[in-house]
Design a protein. Structure first.
Lengths: 376, 406, 312
């Protein structure tokens, strides 16, 4: 189903990282991030467009002919930079979740219809799976699809859909009489009701989707959803891991810089073992997480000496979720009182870390997936 | 003759290995209840078995040396090949596929740490006399560093070396010396000047363990075995030519030795404990003990597996880079830190899965046998540098945090 | 009920320490008698039992004092019986805490109630194992039918759990004392080990664990006479003390450094005794699981200690 990705050299990756970091340092510094998060749409649409036109990141890892055909290792660099700057925006939903589902479906007509717009940044898309009980599952959906001749229509509610209100297209997981399937819904279609929800992570909008007999396009075949979602989850775990490590690095740097300059009891707080060892622990966990994220990307790119993709993705999901959460928390701890204020950026990472950790069900879910991947 | 490429060298190594060794058979699946259930990191074999193992290690080392593969990075004048560390790692990787004796007792400290120190700081006569013998497996060298009052703070050594004509007299006590009972040589860190700052009054020597006054006594550890020793030095006469480095300039020499510890990249993967704490074994244990439906145990198990697997990834990535000449930096300490923590958690998880049956030797397969490992795990966060010291090093040298004030 | 004042308690603690320092465990009941121990118990059973078992733990003494606590709680007329504790091994039908010389009957908790069997019918062998210094024996082979005994095992079990919790705390405190002594005396880098934060904080965490478990035990004693709460409190206290030994002993071993890893160092004996006591009458993992299961099947959570006066 997935083509072998284009190889990308380490020089090219370094250049990409440099350019992206440069762009984000001005267009997505802390002030810009807070402003975007507080804005009507929740993100900087101009930045999203620039990412497409100036750097082509949306199309970087889409398979040819839709994009450059690079693999997860390349996409991981992009996601890492976004994580480091905790950039608000629908990149993850559009490029990792929605585009990932389309490619995994193997449905050429669907890919032709939606991927070009995703690639050039003109179409924002997302994936709607979770319903009222908050579980990420691959069957037993309340949202149901009815068929009339060749036309499908969807009814029901998806409780937590990332970037819903800025999306043009939502891919919806639904039950059909012939098995679970994925459908594309145009958010401008009649019967679509989108409600913005107040969120823990102010840099990532979530909405509730109510569908009342909405015309929908079938993607792939009925009964094929589970396979699509499994593939999406592996890719998403790897992509998320890259974002989580980027965030963790930012927190580690923040903590260490602070520990070097902040003085108490006549000396820098970093000279106290309790703080020093805490920073060492943060470093060690970040290194471990980085190794896990890298191996997941390599596995998904089909590298010969990489571990099985399902295993590597599950390991990365667990280790990097725990790492980012730990480092984000301890970063606040190192900062003491000031780290607890609204004005300090530490909480932006704390919120993102928690939201990332819970995105696909949280610890119970990722640990069980890991056990299953390893045969327990 | 020009330097062989890594590919050519690999061919040479393969040819040697297929001639002198048999390929390692793929590890069979774990069958719960079959075979010996002994779980320990430290050998604690009966004396005769221990000696036989060491002899086998010496023989294998000699075979390698005689075929030009005993000291891949060493100078040709001592029987080395003067090749790169990448070549060495290529050889190590290939050797791991064959069933050969574990030469750790010879190579970990003697060849890996003391030999490079000798190259840098010992007299040419000393190197001529001992280096070939070491790499031939005839002379095992041990580290006589730690003392009861000089553990983490090695500069606090009190073993005295006093000048007596053209030799020195050594007096003192060393502790936690591994393999001293097999060693022919020892590197001693001693105090030659008590009137200057600690690390400025240190001198190092290479001694012959058979000299009069050298007394090796086993050190019994809490897990029951005695892999380590105390070494008493009572008026040991050391000719000045055995001095390594300058008088009072021994701290530099000691640092050379300690820095070579990083050469054991991925070394922790070996060891008899790794099979029972391996994923396959623990998975079997989870099912065999009926704890596979226990949510709490599953959670703890998954967390451990995640960290263990990620640690493996980290180690493999380091080795991959090292093979291209990109030598390990700070990540090496992270691997060490994780190894100790993972082993500890694995032992405690096994204890939880076994439950109370672990406490008594009831004959239940795979139950009581965990005692040794469990009681051995504290060593991994203490010996070879405590976790606290390692975190100091990570904090100060990697992250650049300020030192503790004097 | 008189409560001993702080000076009296210190004196009692010292006397107990002397009692346990003496090497012959058979003499123990006699030595306690000479102390007038039964009066102390009558005056303040909670404090007396806790102190006695604290000292037993700290002294790493292996005796059958627990049997008296258990039998007395079920029925004072059973004093003198030894107790066969539920076996947690696949071999053996139970565990006794020491040799049974001079014992006539052994109390056996069975599915259908309590029974007493003649001590001579038990086939015993040393338990050994993880804690080689303990005097525990395992009963092998089938048990005779014995005579029915009136009484509720659970009352005895609760009393036993409170005592074992105290003993565990004694083990933890002694290990912590040793760790503090060591880190105060041992110097590295020109200063005591205990002046390094990494060491201090580990000891502080260990101390907090001990105090928390001690508080749980005190709470258990405060409801010991309440039929609804007694078992809940005892189970919680034992679980908490079992957890404490895991946390505390790992830290005390770590701060003792390489010296603590030797066979000569007493530290490993605390580790072994702690583990063995944790498993007696339910290890902390099993007990926490039971508590969880009870809560999930509808049992009310019994707050043993009222923190706010005005809450219902």
């Amino acid at each position: 189903m997935s083509a072998v990705p284009e190889p990308i050299g380490s020089e090219e990756l370094a250049d990409l990282r440099r350019s992206l970091r440069g762009l984000l340092s001005t267009a997505a510094d802390e002030e810009a991030v807070r402003a975007a998060a507080a804005s009507e749409t929740g993100h900087d649409e101009k930045l999203y467009a620039r990412l497409a036109t100036e750097l082509g990141v949306q199309s970087l890892a889409l398979p040819a002919p839709y994009g450059d055909g690079f693999g997860m290792e390349a996409l991981a660099v992009v996601l890492g930079e976004f994580g480091r700057s905790v950039v608000p925006g629908p990149f993850f939903s559009t490029v990792v979740l929605a585009a990932g589902a389309l490619v995994a479906s193997g449905d050429a007509a669907a890919m032709d219809r939606y991927l070009p717009g995703i690639a050039d940044g003109s179409v924002v898309a997302t994936l709607a799976v979770i319903e009222a009980d908050g579980h990420w599952r691959h069957q037993d959906f309340g949202v149901a699809a009815q068929r009339q001749g060749d036309q499908w229509s969807l009814s029901g509610t998806k409780a937590l859909v990332p970037d819903l209100l800025t999306s043009d297209i939502v891919l919806v997981a639904a039950a059909t009489p012939e098995g679970e399937a994925l459908f594309a819904v145009d958010t401008a279609a009649p019967g679509v009701d989108r409600t913005a929800l107040r969120t823990l992570d102010i840099t990532r909008r979530i909405g509730r989707l109510d569908l009342g007999d909405v015309p929908a396009t079938l993607i792939g075949a009925p009964g094929g959803l589970s396979q699509i979602l499994d593939a999406v989850l592996d890719r998403a775990a790897a992509g998320l891991a890259a974002e989580q490590i980027g965030g963790a690095e930012a927190c580690l740097e923040m903590a260490v810089s602070y520990a070097k300059v902040r003085e108490q009891f006549g000396r820098p707080i970093g000279s106290f073992q309790a703080v020093k060892h805490k920073c060492a622990d943060m470093f060690a966990r970040t290194e471990l997480g980085r190794a896990a994220a890298l191996e997941a990307a390599r596995a998904l790119d089909g590298r010969e000496d990489a571990p099985p993709a399902a295993e590597a993705a599950a390991v990365a999901h667990s280790v990097c979720s725990e790492t980012f959460m730990f480092v984000a928390m301890e970063n606040i701890q190192v900062h003491g009182g000031i780290g607890f204020t609204w004005e300090h950026p530490a909480h932006l990472y704390f919120r993102r870390a928690k939201a990332d950790q819970l995105m696909f069900g949280g610890p119970a879910a990722y640990y069980e997936r890991l056990l299953r991947a390893l045969g327990a | 003759m020009s330097t062989p490429s890594l590919a050519d060298f690999a061919e040479e190594a393969r040819a040697f290995l297929s001639e002198h060794a048999t390929p390692r058979r793929a590890e069979g699946a774990v069958v719960w209840g079959e075979g010996p259930d002994r779980v320990t990191y430290f050998g604690d074999e009966p004396k005769e078995v221990d000696r036989a193992n060491v002899q086998a290690a010496r023989d294998w080392q000699r075979t390698r040396y005689e075929n030009g593969l005993g000291w891949i990075t060493g100078p040709k004048q001592y029987g080395g090949r003067e090749l790169s560390i990448a070549h060495e790692l290529v050889y190590d990787g290939l050797e791991a596929e064959y069933d050969v004796p574990d030469t750790g007792v010879i190579s970990l400290i003697g060849l890996g740490m003391i030999a490079p120190t000798m190259l840098a700081h010992a007299r040419p006569e000393i190197n001529d006399r001992y280096l070939p013998a070491m790499f031939r497996g005839d002379a095992i060298a041990c580290q006589l560093f730690s003392e009861p009052n000089a553990g983490s703070d090695l500069a606090n050594v009190q073993t005295r070396a006093t000048r007596d004509g053209d030799s020195w007299l050594l007096n003192g006590q060393k502790v936690w010396t591994s393999a001293a009972h097999h060693a022919q040589l020892g590197m001693v860190v001693s105090r030659t000047n008590p009137d200057v700052p600690k690390h400025k009054g240190i001198t190092t020597f290479l001694i012959d363990m058979s000299w009069e006054g050298v007394d090796v006594r086993p050190l019994r550890q809490m897990s029951g075995g005695a892999e380590f020793n105390e070494v008493y030095l009572d008026n040991v006469r050391v000719p000045d030519e055995h001095r390594m480095g300058e008088v009072d300039g021994g701290w530099r020499v000691t640092m050379t030795t300690l820095m070579n510890e990083r050469a054991s990249v991925g070394g922790e993967g070996a060891g008899p404990a790794t099979r029972p704490t391996s994923r396959a074994y623990l998975l079997e244990m989870l099912k065999a003990t009926g704890r596979d439906t226990d949510g709490g145990v599953r959670r703890d198990f998954a967390r451990l597996l995640a960290d263990q697997t990620a640690t493996d990834y980290l180690t493999h990535q380091m080795m991959r880079r090292a093979r291209t000449g990109d030598l390990p930096g700070p990540e090496a300490s992270v691997g060490k830190l994780m190894f100790g923590q993972n082993l500890t958690r694995a032992a405690h998880l096994a204890a939880e899965m076994t439950g109370p049956r672990m406490l008594a030797d009831t004959g239940d397969w795979g139950a009581f046998s965990w005692n040794e490992l469990l009681l051995g795990t504290p060593a991994f966060r203490i010996l070879g540098g405590t976790e606290e010291i390692m975190k100091n090093i990570l904090g100060e040298r990697v992250l650049g945090l300020p030192k503790e004030p004097a | 009920m008189t409560v001993l004042d702080i000076d009296a308690r210190a004196a009692v603690a010292q006397s107990l320490r002397d009692v346990f320092a003496d090497d012959s465990p058979c003499d123990l009941p006699a030595r306690l008698d000479r102390l007038g121990w039964s009066e102390v118990v009558q005056a303040d059973p909670a404090m007396a039992t806790t102190m006695l078992f604290n000292e037993q733990g700290g002294a790493l003494a292996s005796t059958r004092l627990l049997d008296d606590v258990v039998t007395n709680a079920i029925d004072p007329a059973l004093t003198g019986h030894a107790v066969l504790y539920p076996s947690y091994s696949s071999v053996g039908s139970g565990l006794v805490l020491g040799p049974l010389s001079g014992v006539e009957h052994v109390l056996v908790p069975a599915r259908d109630g309590l029974r007493a069997i003649p001590a001579s019918t038990l086939s015993l062998r040393p338990f050994g194992g993880f804690d080689p210094a303990s005097a525990w024996q395992i009963a092998v082979g089938d048990l005779p039918e014995g005579d029915k005994v009136e009484g509720d095992w659970r009352t005895g079990q609760a009393a036993g759990r409170r005592a074992i919790a105290a003993e565990l705390l004694g083990v933890c405190r002694a290990a912590l004392d040793l760790a503090i002594q060591h880190t105060t005396a041992r110097r590295q880098y020109g200063r005591p080990l205990g002046s390094f934060q990494a060491v201090r904080h580990q000891l502080a965490e260990a101390y907090a664990e001990v105090e928390a478990a001690a508080a749980a035990l005190a709470a258990a004693w405060s409801v010991a006479d309440d039929p609804t709460l007694a078992q809940w409190g005892a189970r919680t206290a034992k679980a908490r003390a079992g957890q404490a030994q895991a946390v505390v002993l790992r830290r005390t071993v770590q701060v003792l450094g390489a010296m603590g890893l030797t066979e000569e160092s007493p530290m490993h004996r605390f580790v072994e005794r702690g583990a063995a006591l944790d498993h007696l009458l339910g290890n902390h993992g099993a007990l926490f699981e039971q508590i969880g299961r009870d809560l999930l099947t509808g049992s009310a959570a019994h707050p043993v200690v009222q923190i706010w006066e005005d809450r219902p």
